[in-house]
Design a binder for this molecule. Sequence first.
Ligand SMILES: [Zn+2]
Length: 327
Amino acid sequence: MPDKTCNYIVGVDLGGTNVRAAVTDKNAIILGEGHRPSLADEGSEATISQIIEAIHEAIDASGVEPGSICGIGMGVPGRHNSAEGIVLWSPNFKDLGTGVQILAPIRDEFGIPTYMGNDVNVAALGEFRFGAGIGISSMVMMTLGTGIGGAIILDGKLWAGVNEGGGEIGHQIINPNGMQCECGNFGDLEGEARRDSIVERALRKIYQGRRTVLAYKVEPKYYDLTPAMIAQAAAEGDQLSLEVMEETGYYIGIGVANAINFLNPEMVVIGGGIAQAGAVLWDPIMRTVRANAIERSLEVCRVIPAALGDNAGIMGGVVLVLQAIEG
Ligand SMILES: [Zn+2]
């Protein structure tokens, strides 16, 4: 249990490429930051020592006395047993995700209470308390990127599931004959709308001989295509790209409508890099939501972009510690 008289908190966001740490006050105002490459392919020891380095850097940059820090809260990708401080499975961190102790070495290094949670769950807590969700009590979060993450907050509490598998909005099946997801399912939301599936959708149309400005941008290395390039071409009126964004937005919209119909939340927050595609993606999402969500539930639900951007994970780490302080 953290000391309630302490004033500062460390939030940590472990991503597949980088680990970011920040020292904040209890209002999540950032006072100092540290960054390190997360060295996902170099094994768990390398990654854990990078986390420790990033935290030291953040504490040094903040000028805060280590003794006045209440605790450390971390968002870590994968399926967890948070109480034991281990990750059971993580696609980006193959070694770390074999049940290696991650909390213990960090707690030992700094001598303060340390907590962890799934990265999307933690980011959702950040958005809920300090971002898009300020003032509400229920929220569904969806993150669009390499995969499609999700989290559920009901009555102000994260629903992590019985053994931390809850909120996986990306693995809801929306098109049983559709594209395959990394999890093995066909036509779940992640299979239809994750980063690589958006690119794949464009490539299939290109290989059918369709004309598109994308062909000039990346030919002959079509796998250099990115969702951002497709969104940009769509915004400029490229028909093929517009269709790709329309189809992608349709599936995301179905996923959002399902969440609204199933949970009746006050808000659905959509984050992640691909959520920044603009109207070419948001218009079909919202059109599909309006067509498929139950009207009385939609009336009370706002579907909006995430507010904290890359800081959601750090803020959520801060929330983990605050929740421990508040009991
Ligand atoms: Zn899946």
